[in-house]
Ligand binder design. Structure first.
Ligand SMILES: [Zn+2]
Ligand SMILES: [Zn+2]
Length: 390
């Protein structure tokens, strides 16, 4: 069976599925309608579905042989954002939008399931389809562990993201880290309030905060190897009530992202913690630093990346397969931390399709012609995995 011809036959169905998910977006762990659509589609293929973590859906397709087991994952959640597109299928849920492309991922995965069901007699292994809720808030760790390691245990995993930073017709793949590890911080700097005409009788947290913002930028240029991508950003600074009052307190919030696994001597988060407290004490301020780890980096195994690379070359041609990594986060890391995995980026930016807006933008959309690229990639990646590992 020629994969391209088979996928091409489902172009309309892919678009219809994607537009339906797009019109009815749901936030993380509230993907109630979404989960039902997914279940009904899989059940119509003769697959048994199992719910996990509320709105998560899994199904297992056993081929000619039960092993090896490849897990394919699609995420389901939308974002709290008011859509500004005016398509007929624009979001019908006020303030909620599929602005990351997870609608496309589900459509691609469902059609992949349909095609692999047709190929099951020649499939030398088992595919486990995982539709995962709440990707944007990385809240699905416990469900992922259950899903990856049991009934049946996965030997490897594949995932993808439709991606406007890459042009339509290209696929981004790379061995090693492809999305960032992220820690979210909140720093509360406390001084002593007073009159801006008498700074000597107060302890100014504003200048301490300014120094913190500047000083921590030394972490990625002096304390961490410049060969290791690290970015420390402040998204929120809050303090003070009036122009002539020195406030008691300033609060800084932001993210620390890095494209590698931290080690004891190359750990930007620990260096951040230590530098912030030194800078604050220099300014006679006290500080409390609260840091939460949100995601690990997604690290592609070289075996899975090479297999995906071969699949991609056959689909889009060698010169359209690019090495690509992103400082965005992905909780696919929860899979990649446990089994050899690959996470690929399906380019979807095309001027004529208006699909050049960044992810999470209210005008975000995709080039629907690239939906079939994603399906071809998943089907061909799965078949290659079985050929090489059975
Ligand atoms: Zn997103
Ligand atoms: Zn996403």
């Amino acid at each position: 069976m020629n994969i391209r011809d088979t996928v091409t036959a489902y172009t309309e169905e892919l678009i219809t599925l994607r537009r339906d998910f797009h019109a009815y977006p749901e936030l993380g762990f509230q993907e109630f309608r979404t989960a039902e659509v997914v279940e009904q589609y899989l059940q119509a293929l003769g697959l048994e579905t199992v719910r996990c973590a509320g709105t998560g859906v899994t199904a297992v397709l056993e081929g000619r042989r039960p092993s090896p087991v490849l897990l394919l994952r699609a995420d389901m959640d939308a974002l709290p954002l008011q859509e500004e597109n005016t398509f007929s299928y624009a979001s019908k849920h006020h303030g909620v939008m599929h602005a990351c492309g997870h609608d496309a991922h589900m459509a691609m995965m469902l059609v992949t399931a349909k095609i692999l069901c047709q190929m099951r007699e020649s499939m030398e292994g088992t595919v486990k389809f995982v539709f995962q809720p709440n990707e944007e808030i990385a809240g699905a760790e416990a469900m992922i562990e259950q899903v990856v390691l049991e009934r049946p245990r996965a030997d490897a995993a594949m995932g993808l993201h439709i991606w406007t930073p890459l042009p339509s017709g290209s696929i981004g793949i790379k061995a090693g880290a492809v999305t960032a590890s992220m820690d979210v911080f909140s720093v509360r700097i406390t001084g002593k309030g007073g009159h801006t005409g008498y700074p000597e009788s107060a302890v100014d947290p504003v200048i301490a905060a300014a120094d913190v913002v500047q000083s921590v930028q030394r972490i990625q240029t002096r304390l961490i190897s410049p060969m290791k991508s690290t970015v420390i950003m402040f998204g929120k600074i809050q303090g003070g009530t009036k122009n002539n009052i020195i406030p008691d307190e300033v609060v800084l919030e932001g993210t620390i992202r890095y494209l590698y696994a931290a080690s004891p001597d190359q750990n930007p988060t620990e260096q951040f913690r230590s530098l912030v407290s030194k800078v604050c004490s220099l300014h006679r301020c006290s500080c409390s630093v609260h840091i939460e780890h949100e995601n690990d980096a997604v690290v592609n195994s070289s075996m899975m990346a090479s297999l995906a690379n071969d699949a991609a070359k056959e689909i889009v041609g060698e010169d359209q397969v690019v090495e690509h990594a992103s400082m965005a986060c992905e909780d696919f890391s929860a899979f990649a931390d446990r089994v050899p995995s690959v996470f690929a980026f399906i380019g979807t930016a095309r001027e004529e399709a208006h699909s050049t807006y960044p992810h999470h933008n209210p005008r975000f959309t995709i080039d629907e012609q690239t939906l079939s690229t994603g399906v071809e990639f998943l089907v061909s990646g799965a078949l290659k995995f079985f050929q090489r590992n059975s």
